[in-house]
Design a protein around this ligand. Structure first.
Ligand code: AGP
Length: 608
């Protein structure tokens, strides 16, 4: 996820653009750039690092005089953070400049075609393809060139574009990545999000998918992807600035819970082409995958929990033995390495000290290391042999949600790819699972509509001192994460238990009114989990069950039932977690706590 800002009007553009970008840094901050028409040329400056590097380099915009410009703050997806990979990207003639938020899923094919036509690329980014494609299709009409590019590009994009032939205009277009247009008496604005322009105007147009806009001092014109003019009505924003950074959500955590469908989509879609999974970037050829005798997954916290789910999914589908370790334990237990094995290190931040140390230990013993990481260019990403990036975008809230869901999706891709190559699933089963994977974002979206119901239930348990989560198989792995979410933001003691294990001791803690959350989405284990529910209810527990719609008989034994849509068993965790993230969120909210910055915690634990 990146931040885009643009301005055209009576004032100097660069200071306004830099100010707008500074209000979008929560969207990405590994590099930044700006391009301004200075009366003769499009003058561009870019810098790796936080936005202040660019601010200092340009003396807060003073070195870029002009009244029309675009800017960008980057969250890298393709190409590590660097000056060259920073946006804007220009064509070789420096007559077209582009800033982009999103992922061009078919950029490799488009880049290859353009290179064959003689276009030379300066960066590793997917975005630069757009600058050369606009050059290819530009015949004097910017909107026509933009339309042609939009018809050929797959993926998500919010674009800001300048054409030297049209120096007093800014163009923008969007598909699946947000983009707003602002207007006031003496200026026009584009931005990824409202916070960037709220200081200047509260009159905003929300761009819809496949819309184009042309801004000049004289007019604001909208077009559809066929070049037809369209009418749009401005919206008056009544948020305060602070709320606006969260897109209108009260907390980043709630915003990021709602971003999960897109995080799953952005992690999965670019890697599925013509019903095949393309994981060429993980450095494992088919022979290596067939010969794999063991996988070790090493991580901390929620990333560890995705590894527990990953174990169940990889073993069920690809029939590869998987060990999962807490990184803080792994690095001191003198692990046994053997040939034909793979170590997977999972980390949102890519900077967790224990996970980085475990990675180094594995590499020192000759193990091939694959990292599943959200931050491009982070330490774990740089030191791993290969990286499978989760494209969840910046995650601000300390309690991870969308990165966790994107990590699960990454494991599904690996398990499916490995299973297909090892022949442990039939082609029909592979296709069924692949279709289920594609449907996950939409199903996750539908679950978000239950938030009021979950908030109502959560408000009855604000004073609870102990909450137990139980489940079997993948449901148990899910309980581990649900319990951690609740603990870290509500400060309520909670435990996650394999449902079949309760009777071996912990059931002694059950008494009248003890809240137990039972997760029962795995059909083969459903009857067993129901019997565990009866066991705890017999001892006075109040049971909130989470299951799929077809198991409505659950109403006979649980006190409160939350239903989730059904998908293939291995992927159910991606749906079950959403109501339980919301449960944790609303309990924390109801207890008046700082949801995004819980006490004693940090977003990335870079110390032992
Ligand atoms: C998750 O909500 C926690 N904030 C924490 O457990 C986190 O998952 C853990 O510290 C690992 O962080 P990483 O994914 O950045 O390595």
């Amino acid at each position: 996820m990146c931040g885009i800002a643009g301005y055209i009007g009576r004032d100097q553009a660069a200071p306004i653009i830099l100010d707008g970008l500074s209000r979008l840094e929560y969207r990405g901050y590994d590099s930044a750039g700006i391009a301004v028409y200075d009366g003769e040329k499009i003058h561009m400056q870019k810098a790796m690092g936080r936005l202040r590097v660019l601010e200092e380099m340009t003396q807060h915009g003073a070195t870029l005089p002009g009244f029309c410009g675009i800017g960008h703050t980057r969250w890298a997806t393709h190409g590590s953070p660097s000056d060259t990979n920073a946006h804007p990207h220009m064509n070789e003639e420096n007559t077209i400049a582009v800033v982009h938020n999103g992922i061009i899923e078919n950029y490799a094919v488009l880049k290859s075609r353009l290179e064959k036509k003689g276009y030379r690329f300066a960066s590793e980014t997917d975005t630069e393809v757009l600058a050369h494609m606009l050059t290819e299709y530009y015949r004097g009409d910017p909107v026509e060139a933009i339309e042609k590019v939009m018809h050929r590009v797959e993926g998500s994009y919010a674009l800001g574009i300048m054409f030297l032939d049209h120096p007093h205009h800014i163009y923008a277009a969007r598909k699946d990545s947000p983009l707003v247009v602002g207007e006031r008496e003496d200026g026009k604005f584009i931005a990824s999000d409202v916070p960037a322009i709220l200081h200047y105007t509260r009159s905003v147009y929300y761009m819809e998918n496949e819309e184009i806009v042309c801004l000049s001092n004289e007019h604001t014109r909208f077009f559809n992807v066929d070049g037809e003019s369209i009418q749009k009505e401005p919206v008056t924003i009544d948020w305060d600035i602070h709320a606006a950074e969260k897109g209108g959500y009260e907390h980043f955590m709630l915003k990021e819970i709602h971003e999960q469908p897109q995080a799953i989509r952005d992690t999965v879609s670019p890697r599925i082409r013509e019903n095949e999974i393309d994981l060429d970037d993980i450095g494992l050829d088919e022979e290596k995958i067939r010969g794999l005798r063991r996988i070790s997954v090493v991580a901390c916290g929620s990333a560890y929990h995705t590894g527990v789910t990953g174990k169940y999914v990889l073993e069920e589908l690809a029939r590869i033995p998987v060990e999962v370790d807490l990184a803080s334990e792994y690095r001191y237990r003198n692990p046994i390495y053997e040939p034909d094995s793979l170590t997977i290190v999972v980390s949102q931040s890519g900077e967790t000290a224990d996970s980085l140390a475990a990675l180094r230990d594995a590499k020192a013993h000759g193990s091939q290391v694959l990292a599943i990481v959200n931050v491009v260019g982070s330490s774990i990403a740089r030191e791993a042999d290969n990286v499978l990036y989760t494209w969840a975008g910046p995650e601000i809230s300390v309690a991870t949600t969308k990165a966790y869901s994107a990590q699960l999706a990454a494991f599904y891709l690996l398990a499916l790819k490995f299973a297909q190559i090892r022949g442990t699933v039939t082609p029909e089963r592979f296709r069924t699972l692949l279709d289920a994977l594609r449907r996950l974002p939409g199903q996750a979206e539908s679950l978000l509509a239950q938030k009021e119901k979950i908030q109502y239930f959560a408000n009855h348990y604000l004073a609870t001192e102990h909450i137990f989560f139980m489940g079997r198989g993948i449901d148990y792995a899910l309980c581990l994460e649900a319990s951690l979410k609740l603990k870290e933001i509500s400060y309520i003691h909670s435990e996650a238990y394999a449902a079949g294990e309760l009777k071996h001791g912990t059931i002694s803690l059950m008494e009248n009114g003890t809240l137990v959350v039972a997760v029962a989405t795995q059909d083969a284990l459903y009857p067993k989990t129901v019997s565990n529910i009866v066991e705890v209810k017999t001892r006075g527990a109040f049971v909130m069950a989470l299951t799929t719609f077809k198991h409505n008989d659950m109403e006979k034994c649980a006190d409160y039932v939350l239903y989730v849509p059904e998908t293939e068993g291995p992927f159910m965790g991606s749906l079950s977690i959403i109501p339980l993230q919301l449960f944790a969120y609303y309990v924390s909210l109801g207890r008046g706590l700082d949801v995004d910055k819980p006490r004693n915690l940090a977003k990335s634990v870079t110390v032992e």
